[in-house]
Design a protein around this ligand. Structure first.
Ligand SMILES: Cc1cc2nc3c(=O)[nH]c(=O)nc-3n(C[C@H](O)[C@H](O)[C@H](O)COP(=O)(O)OP(=O)(O)OC[C@H]3O[C@@H](n4cnc5c(N)ncnc54)[C@H](O)[C@@H]3O)c2cc1C
Length: 388
């Protein structure tokens, strides 16, 4: 029998690491169990974009602004995360996306966030190397930015450890012991641990881990494929992404969708994304047709970069839900088993989600977040982000 804790956090991606940091700093005795290496899931393999425009519901704006404040004033002054408030852009193509962008613009301004639409040659005021003819407009938000997702996840983890949390990498959770509606033991290969709270922060594995606890979790997953160039001189100011998420989420989810995202990292490499595809649970294979389509889409926006040398491609499995809302909370099936998963673009909101988790364990979860419950009715219309 292993030790007893106040909280066991399963998973050391950005959400698990942030939850662990908040709980440990709040005085909880925390154990973090990770089946692989720290940040070995999607949190170690993404663009590191901080995107306020990702979605515009009030809850997202609130979590994004709280998180931005935390990055600026707490995490990034203390740790090397390569965080930069560069501004971020969304390339708008077609009338539907333009309508969506105008709604987003209004929504952001209602929240006091400055944002603007640029047209034609004015686009070069923001991103001098983007091809203006490739788009109808560019939606630009100056408080967006970028960070190194791997370093940032490790920073949250280090914060948790400094506050007393114990971290066990290469320690998968294999099963749970349950009495009535409570988890009483967390089984790993070497020991059974127990805790007042068990936090399921296992990203794309959240439904599998939930099943072991007898809790249905409405998390689905797909894989994103991306690639990175060798370092080049400064070309791209901030993250630039396509507006595939405007104005509504997928009505029917395609087997493969080709998006556009580009970020130039601190060392000058350009990370280019992404193909999003259906996959088996741990499938991280990359395939050439997807990469070719992503490259073609990238060159549509940056035609002068056709000789860019690509040094590595990878895929990472990440989450989605049918109703486009995250999963956050306990189920009636296990009252101390708390799932935190499915926050799209989790880096934008991870700090505030950690704070919210602590508030929830202390019984202060605000009413507006109760619709994220794993027990919610999934037969509703998907949440469109544009809620005006
Ligand atoms: C190509 C690509 C680009 C992206 N770009 C961005 C971006 O620019 N900005 C952004 O914010 N987001 C981006 N994302 C999404 C982002 O990566 C995810 O939202 C985020 O990483 C999710 O974090 P997480 O902690 O929920 O999951 P993960 O990072 O997947 O962490 C889950 C952890 O749980 C562990 N685990 C699973 N099962 C067990 C078990 N049984 N026992 C113990 N541990 C277990 C896993 O090993 C893993 O470490 C991108 C994703 C992809 C694929």
């Amino acid at each position: 029998m292993g030790k007893t804790y106040d909280a066991i956090v399963i998973g050391s991606g950005v959400l698990g690491a942030s939850v662990a940091a908040q709980l440990a700093e709040g005085g909880y005795r925390v154990l973090i169990l990770e089946r692989g290496d720290a940040a070995g899931g999607a949190s170690g393999g993404n663009l590191g974009q901080i995107s306020i425009t990702d979605r515009c519901e009030p809850w997202h704006m609130d979590l994004a602004l709280r998180s931005l404040d935390y990055y600026r004033s707490v995490l990034c002054p203390e740790f090397h995360t390569e965080y930069e408030e560069t501004g971020g852009s969304v390339a708008i193509e077609g009338a539907d996306q333009l309508d969506g962008a105008r709604i987003a613009l209004k929504q952001m301004r209602d929240f006091g966030i400055q944002a603007d639409l640029y047209y034609g040659e004015d686009i070069h005021k923001v991103e001098p190397n983007l091809a203006p003819e490739a788009m109808d407009a560019l939606l630009y938000c100056p408080i967006e930015g970028k960070l190194n997702p791997f370093l940032t996840t490790l920073a949250f983890l280090e914060k948790a450890k400094r506050a007393g949390a114990e971290f066990l990498p290469h320690t998968p959770v294999l099963s749970f012991q349950k009495q009535g509606k409570r988890i009483t033991g967390v089984q790993t290969p070497n020991a059974v641990y127990s805790a007042e709270w068990v936090m399921n922060c296992t990203g794309p594995r959240a439904a599998f881990v939930g099943e072991m606890a007898g809790v249905p979790i409405p998390i689905r997953f797909h894989k994103g494929t991306a690639f990175v160039s060798h370092p080049v001189p400064h070309l791209i100011n901030g993250p630039v992404v396509g507006a595939g998420f405007f104005p509504k989420p997928f009505a029917v989810r395609p087997r493969r969708s080709i998006g556009f995202g580009a970020v130039q990292t601190a060392d000058g490499s350009i990370v280019i994304a992404q193909s999003t595809e259906e996959c088996e649970s741990d499938d991280r294979s990359v395939n050439m047709p997807s990469l070719q389509l992503v490259a073609r889409r990238f060159l549509h926006f940056y035609p002068q970069l056709q000789d860019l040398q690509i040094v590595r491609a990878w895929a990472a499995v990440t989450t989605y839900t049918e109703d486009n809302l995250p999963v956050f909370g306990c189920s009636a099936e296990a009252k101390n088993f708390f799932t935190v998963a499915g926050f799209k673009g989790a880096f934008t909101v991870a700090p505030a989600v950690g704070m919210l988790a602590k508030e929830a364990l202390e019984g202060h979860l605000a009413e507006e977040y109760r619709c994220f419950s794993p027990d919610r009715n999934m037969d509703r219309e998907p949440a469109a982000w544009a809620m005006v």
